[in-house]
Design a protein around this ligand. Sequence first.
Ligand code: NAG
Ligand code: NAG
Length: 282
Amino acid sequence: MAHKGFTHLLSASMALFLWLMVPAWAQTDTDILNFALQLECLEGEFYNYAAGNGGLPASDRGGGPAPIGGRAAKLGGQTLALAKEIALNEKRHVEFLRSALGSQAVPCPLVNLTAFGDAFNTAVAPNTFNPPFSPFNDDLSFLLATFLFEDIGVSAYQGAAPLLSSKANLAAAAGNFATESYQAGAVRFILFNQQNNPYQIANGNAQAVYKISDGLAALRAKLGGGSNQGVTSPDGSPQVVPVDGNSQTIPRTTAQIIAIGTGGSPTKKGLFFPNGLNGSIK
Ligand SMILES: *[C@@H]1O[C@H](CO)[C@@H](O)[C@H](O)[C@H]1NC(C)=O
Ligand SMILES: *[C@@H]1O[C@H](CO)[C@@H](O)[C@H](O)[C@H]1NC(C)=O
């Protein structure tokens, strides 16, 4: 009897030992791609509303709910063209990842596009936007919202790259990564050119564009670590291409990305993802 009890104890401690041996970061390619898919759901919904497509088609949502707060943005010529191009890219990213994941793909999570207002208020604190910030109001508002999202996409894919085991998946992630980087670069350069223009955040209260974009970058860095990807560097010089001392783009872990997407919520539910994420990384 004593011997049997000892065996039980031994197997229990072995199980605990093995469980402890499995590091928290031991995520499968499926986990990582499903995480990326849900970021693409968020981007895809935003751009496909802004560009006038009424959001992603239901089939792209994979059974997930329709988002909150999306509408067509009031955009002019070039910005509308850019919005349409990015919208198509993000829609294809969703479809590409869904097809790579097959039956393992998770539904899109609930996405709240009204939450831009909260993120932007934090970025200009102690000031506030009045009326609330909406990315759908005009070209510049759309571009600032795009700025907020694109650098997150770049850092998320760079952070995910070393976690992927299959070369095919790594190549797919690299393709998405570079696409996000092109998009981020395009928007950053437009904002850089307008950096000293005033943006009315409230009646009689304007702020320079660079102050708002740098505030958004500071918010990302505060919630999700990584260095500040502002349009101006700390010494005030332009920073169109935000990189580290080795001129590498800045990686973020999945936890850091979730912290940004949910506004640092301890429950990991909030801001752009009111119900959190689906899949195993959440
Ligand atoms: C996860 O997917 C289901 C659909 O199966 C969806 O209803 C739910 O809202 C999703 N979860 C989140 C966090 O939104
Ligand atoms: C969406 O965001 C807005 C603005 O913060 C908030 O008022 C609303 O409650 C959010 N919706 C959900 C379902 O979380």
